[in-house]
Design a binder for this molecule. Sequence first.
Ligand code: GLU
Length: 331
Amino acid sequence: MSKMKSAAAPFRATLQELHRKYATVADGRVATYIPELATADPAGFGISVVTADGLRFDVGDAERLFSIQSVSKPFVFGLALEDHGRERVLAKVGVEPTGEAFNAIVLDEATNRPFNPMVNAGAIATTDLIRGEDHADRFKRLLAMLGRYVGREVFVDSATFLSERATGHRNRAIAHLMLNFGMIEDRVDETLELYFQQCSALVDCRDLAVMGATLANGGVNPLTGERAIEARYVKDVLSIMLSCGIYDFAGEWAFRIGIPAKSGVGGGIVAVIPGVAGIGVYSPPLDERGNSVRGVLVCKELSERFGLHILEAGHAGPALLDEIRPGRRGG
Ligand code: GLU
């Protein structure tokens, strides 16, 4: 299964070390506001890294499936951009961080737009923009898009979907507010179902790493060679991930860790080192902002250890690539 080569052993050992170190962290609590999420195993913990040219590394529970939740949002934003172009999408959703909770019932007073596509309001607005003949067609296009990033067929977990649908009153309130302002089309129930389906798609942390590696590789999945998103929209998706991807910790994340990323309340985090690699972490206990506690710690340590902050002079992860391929500079 793994494409790992022996030359890659030092990096594998590094990931094992991080996994051992952070497996003992017992902080955080699994999400309970969607009843099905409360059944997650708090001990589940996986880390995966896939390079932009397709080497993959996994440690821990890297094949345990969980619901993608908000990690889907940047990818759906990318699909909306492909379906409508930048200006039409930006007429419906802004690109400003909010500092508010992800499920805040708030729109920009001046424009009536949701602030950005990573909060629920903006995500529902981008889901509304998914083109298709009808619900079934839009659903198929959504799954096909996720499938291109992941490199396999993606399925929705019915229990999670039903649980979200049964308890999603806040998202309904947000959607109706946006309908009131003409920000979404008059098919609220359909779009909300599609949004709940999108959040309930099943992935493992290897999938998240491949999705990240696809963005790191300019939009082409490095394992399948298939293009998942037009190259010109990749930087739009990454910009939003960097400024708004980690709930109301996004500013601090950009400052300290400096890698475009998105977290979800299922315990997943995807992080992207442009041109270098994608990182996927899975660990369900969340901090008070909704980010995976161990996921944040792993990304922070990888960023610090390998100098991955994208605004650092000489970034592009040379130290990381050196450890992945010790002989790459002919030394
Ligand atoms: N389905 C979740 C919701 O809408 C997604 C939340 C998240 O992962 O941030 O509440």
